[in-house]
Design a protein around this ligand. Structure first.
Ligand code: OAD
Length: 260
């Protein structure tokens, strides 16, 4: 793959203090988690209005649970990929680094990222709609059919469905991480689902240099300062290699000038 990041951008990224990475389903594609849109996307085969909103759940909780049990199994069986691990390496290079993710697959944390703002929930968690009691996947998947809470309420996956508000604290932290970023990377997202999709332009309005990583152009591409076209599992490791080399060279020259 021939993705090149201009030297001045590498220098800008390497000398930034605050870097924020915003991710979507594309970063997990190389782990084997299907994306939502596009020819093989989940929403091409299933209807979100039947599976990912509260009225669908109230109407047919067994169908919604069957689908989530299937997705939970797919996600439990996959591993983070080179793109997730590159962001862990990047976190180590900066005093302030955050991942904002629309993904519910927990792969950033499983890879080792420590500052992760999950805007759409986490498929490893569940809670009772009546009393809010949390449940693990182990708790719920062991029960046949629709899992019920001790209080008698229905348990649901802890993911954000269409028409629901984003978790307030995660959203506030994400807005802060976007507004304060020197460099903002938008990775593997079609950038069409709001309010999350507003974050890249918010970051740019607050002065961030906006880099997009995606094999295909998106509605955001024309607003990006740099478009790195390719799969994130290949582009991100190359980018972090370039940053580490730049830092090493800068460290060597600082060392040399101290010795003189
Ligand atoms: P989409 O499925 O809309 O977009 C996935 C993006 O990943 C596309 O732009 C692809 O071109 C890109 N892509 C595919 N393979 C890639 C790779 N190997 N490396 C990098 N990029 C790749 O997924 P999202 O933008 O995440 O919401 O979708 C946003 C939200 O819509 C999801 O969080 C979900 C969905 O409905 C909820 O569930 C609330």
């Amino acid at each position: 793959m021939n993705v090149s990041c201009p030297d001045d951008v590498v220098a800008r990224l390497a000398t930034a203090e605050r870097v924020t990475a915003f991710t979507g389903a594309g970063i997990s594609a190389e782990s084997g988690v299907p994306t939502f849109r596009g020819p093989d996307g989940i929403w091409g085969k299933f209807k979100p209005e039947e599976l990912a909103n509260m009225s669908a759940f109230l109407r047919n909780p067994a169908l919604v649970w069957e689908w989530y049990a299937h997705r939970k199994k797919i996600i439990a069986d996959v591993q983070p990929n080179a793109g997730h691990y590159a962001l862990v390496r990047m976190e180590r290079l900066y005093p302030k680094f955050a991942v904002i993710t629309q993904n519910v697959d927990n792969l950033h944390r499983r890879a080792g990222s420590t500052v992760v703002h999950e805007l759409h929930g986490n498929i490893e968690r569940n809670y009772c709609v009546a009393c809010g009691e949390p449940y693990t996947n182990q708790d719920v998947l062991a029960r046949p059919g629709v899992p019920r809470c001790r209080c008698g309420g229905t348990i649901r996956p802890d993911v954000v469905w269409f028409g629901e508000l984003l978790p307030e604290e995660e959203w506030d932290l994400s807005v802060r991480a976007a507004e304060s970023a020197d460099v903002f990377l938008s990775i593997g997202t079609s950038a069409v689902v709001y309010p999350a999709a507003a974050l890249p332009s918010l970051a740019k309005r607050h002065g961030a240099f906006l880099i997009e990583v995606n094999p295909e152009p998106t509605p955001m591409t024309e607003h990006a300062d740099l478009f790195l076209q390719g799969p994130s599992g290949q582009v991100l490791p190359l980018l972090v290699d370039a940053l580490e080399k730049f830092r090493l060279r800068a460290g060597d020259s600082a060392e040399l000038s101290r010795e003189r």
